[in-house]
Design a protein around this ligand. Structure first.
Ligand code: G3H
Ligand code: 13P
Ligand code: ZN
Length: 322
């Protein structure tokens, strides 16, 4: 099948109590690792491209690599999505260039400006067969050039969601319930420590999610900043010369619970970066004589595949749903 929008996949996910993984792609190994896992597990998948990914790899290369994956896995639904679009022009250029879905992230703007910009993107997207994700509330963390300090985020106000969705016509809504971007989602001060001294993060605001669901029955909700920052990967990075002290993510059980509710799309980028970096560091340390990039990118690609397979089965629940 050709690239699809997220409409059908989100409807099935909502009704089936699972979520579709949206994984960021920046190079060939990442595209291959993700789609090999999704293909083998017969899972729908969203491949998403940030502004930074486009600047790094170039729009054309990314679209053609995704097209190659679509040809390789004709039986799984794949959507190509713009992550954190910050202007009408960027969204338009991605839609014109073959994306089936875009995010317009005007969440840092005042409500009325967010409505106006989102509505403008929705009108263009819908006229061209694409769908739109919007956002209300701000996450902490780093995304593109914007850094929001932990503790300075603001949760979505559930009383705004109905008006926002009905006035903009957006197809899905990202909300802020305590997830955040990057590999340091909480400061140690925001956490407690368990008996082994491992940081335990504060729980997600499921009360905010439940309120949003009540006000938007049947409507797909999106969670950004949903990497779990697996401690075994952090340990490999730190063992082989890396320095990621106190890296911390969102517990998998919380994401699994959100996926059973109205959360239909869960965004994961940092865990892919972490898996690749861990394997490359390990490989380099164990094989100091290697200088062919294929020697270390092969295990790195395999690590991406294993990470994504783990998410599909244990966090998203989207295996067998293609
Ligand atoms: O939300 C941000 C994504 O992790 C993309 O990150 O802008 O560094 O590509 P990036
Ligand atoms: P993570 O940094 O938690 O992987 O979040 C990625 C994301 O939200 C991309 O939009
Ligand atoms: Zn995000």
């Amino acid at each position: 099948m050709p690239l699809v929008t997220t409409t059908e996949m989100f409807k099935k996910a909502y009704d089936g109590g699972y979520a579709v993984g949206a994984f960021n792609v920046n190079n060939m190994e990442i595209v291959q690792g993700i789609t090999e896992a999704a293909g083998e597990l017969k899972s729908p998948v969203v491949l998403q491209v940030s502004k930074g990914a486009r600047a790094y790899a170039n729009h054309k290369y990314l679209v053609h690599m995704v097209q190659a994956a679509v040809e390789n896995y004709p039986d799984i639904p794949i959507a190509l999505h713009l992550d954190h679009g910050d202007s009408f022009e960027l969204c338009k250029s991605c839609i014109d260039g073959g994306f089936t879905s875009v995010m317009i992230d005007a969440s840092s703007k005042p409500f009325e400006e967010n409505v106006a910009l989102t509505k403008q993107v929705v009108e263009y997207a819908h006229a061209h067969g694409a769908v739109v994700e919007a956002e209300l509330g701000t996450l902490a963390g780093v995304e593109d050039e914007v850094v929001v300090e932990a503790g300075k985020e603001s949760y979505t106000h559930p009383e705004e969601v109905e008006e926002f969705v009905s006035r903009t016509g957006c197809d899905s809504l990202a909300i802020a319930i305590g997830t955040s971007h990057g590999a340091y989602k909480f400061t140690p001060e925001q956490c407690t420590r368990n008996e082994e001294g491992i940081l335990v993060p504060p729980p997600l605001r499921f009360d905010v999610l439940e309120e949003c669901i009540k006000r938007l029955p049947g409507f797909p909700i999106v969670l950004h900043g949903s990497s779990s920052v697996p401690q075994d990967m952090v340990k490999i990075v730190n063992t082989y010369g890396g320095q990621m002290p106190d890296a911390i993510g969102i517990p998998e059980e919380e994401l699994r619970h959100a996926a059973q509710l109205a959360v239909c799309k869960i965004n994961i980028d940092s865990d892919i970066r972490l898996a690749m970096t861990a394997m490359i560091r390990k490989h380099m340390a164990e094989h100091p004589d290697h200088f062919d990039p294929r020697q270390y990118l092969k295990p790195a690609r395999q690590a991406v595949k294993e990470m994504v397979a783990h998410k599909i089965v244990n966090v998203l629940g989207s295996d067998g749903k293609a």
